[in-house]
Design a protein around this ligand. Structure first.
Ligand code: MG
Length: 400
């Protein structure tokens, strides 16, 4: 055998980008987002020989600094309270796993779904939602702060990876999906993203998968911490009860912590099942036959059935009353407020306290915006260390 045929045989085993796109096109539902029909990137780049643009976007997100920092950010518990609670990184992986399962079963684009799921929390501040609320108040007269907009700013501006442009130069579909959350899409932020069009189904899936992931995780973390009591859930909260019955039918005689884990797992699968079935029905009822049809819908096509939706509302209320407003969680929230406010004011009054890159960015993008960038980018641990360094002499180290 000559060298030429060896090389051909070798190449024949490799699946090229064109083949991946063709397979994707053949496999996906007519209303899915297709890599071959992407609106492309802001700056043109040569295509990758093996990966589609959405696969490449996903990989760029995974390799970003903001993605690694998710490991040090928490949603409800502050990062130093225990090793077994979710961080935003593990939450993002859970959202990705749930969203991909839903996308696969609806024949949507799994790669795009994965990219969106992994990016969906990049713009969050340290110390969970309370950090975002505080920063929102501090920024109220300076253009506001909202984590989806911040995620886009990170991906478009703050991540520096390329010599010829700022940001990661992601595709239109990824950037559009990150920003389009609450209708109506009004204001200058939405202007470049066709504000009259709704987001693609992959974005809608990630939105709902986020809820499934954090509701189930908060139950699990809340029970693990002892803040939530199972007695309060059993026989009282509809979805929990339904999942508990399913878990007991499958694992009779299981009790205590193992049962709790199985109920949480069953709850995820119950919600995923309902979401897929209900969305399938809605797609058929609305006679959605193309991506254009999806974009013209006045509301989200991906949705729970009315019964599960009201169960979900009940579960959210339960978590609010018993977990998010528990005094131990409120104490963490107070700590977040004190530290975020202190850091924000310190940098605003002395921009020379920020690293040089942020000082020069402040000259072009505005001081408050860049202070918000710097503070929101911190991990819980870094924010606590920085607060100690600035406000409690002797606490921190100057080589931070
Ligand atoms: Mg989330």
């Amino acid at each position: 055998m000559g060298n030429g045929s060896d090389t051909e045989a070798e190449t024949g085993r490799i699946v090229s980008r064109e083949q991946v796109l063709a397979r994707e096109d053949a496999r996906l539902a007519p209303y899915a987002c297709r890599g071959c029909a992407s609106n492309g990137r802001r700056m043109e780049e040569p295509p990758d020989p093996l990966r589609t643009d959405f696969q490449r976007d996903r990989d760029r997100i995974i390799h970003s600094t903001a993605f690694r920092r998710l490991n040090g950010k928490t949603q409800v518990f502050v990062a130093d309270t225990g090793d077994h609670y979710r961080t935003r990184l593990t939450h993002s992986l859970e959202v990705s796993q749930i969203a991909r399962a839903i996308s696969r079963s609806l024949s949507l684009n799994e790669d795009l779904t994965e990219a969106l799921a992994l990016a969906h929390d990049l713009g969050h501040t340290p110390f969970g939602h309370s950090g975002g609320d505080v920063l929102g108040e501090l920024m109220s007269e300076h253009g506001g702060f909202e984590h989806n907009r911040q995620a886009l700013r990170i991906l478009d501006v703050l991540e520096v990876k390329y010599p010829d442009f700022g940001g990661l130069n992601l595709t239109y579909e990824v950037r559009e999906s990150i920003i389009k959350h609450k209708r109506p899409f009004e204001g200058e932020d939405y202007a470049p993203y066709r504000p009259d069009e709704g987001p693609c189904l992959e974005a809608q899936v990630v939105d709902l998968a986020d809820g499934i992931a954090y509701l189930s995780a908060d139950l699990d973390d809340g029970l693990r911490s002892g803040i939530l009591k199972r007695d309060a859930l059993d026989h009282n909260v509809g979805l929990w009860e339904q999942a508990r019955e399913e878990a007991l039918a499958r694992y009779p005689g299981t009790s205590d912590r193992l049962l709790e884990l199985k109920v949480v797992a069953q709850l995820i699968s119950l919600l995923v099942r309902d979401l897929c079935e209900s969305t399938g029905r809605r797609l058929a009822e609305r006679q959605i036959a193309s991506l254009e049809d999806v974009r013209l819908q006045p509301d989200s096509v991906v949705a729970f059935s009315p019964d599960v939706l009201s169960g979900e509302v009940e579960l959210r209320k339960f978590l609010y009353d018993h977990f998010y407003t528990h005094f131990k969680v409120c104490r963490m929230r107070n700590r977040a407020r004190v530290m975020i406010t202190g850091l924000f004011r310190a940098y605003r009054e002395g921009k020379e306290l920020m690293p040089p890159r942020f000082q020069s960015l402040a000259d072009t993008d505005g001081l408050e915006r860049v202070v918000a960038d710097y503070v929101s980018g911190m991990t819980d641990r870094y924010a606590q260390k920085e607060y100690g360094l600035l406000f409690q002499p002797g606490e921190g180290s100057l080589d931070a």
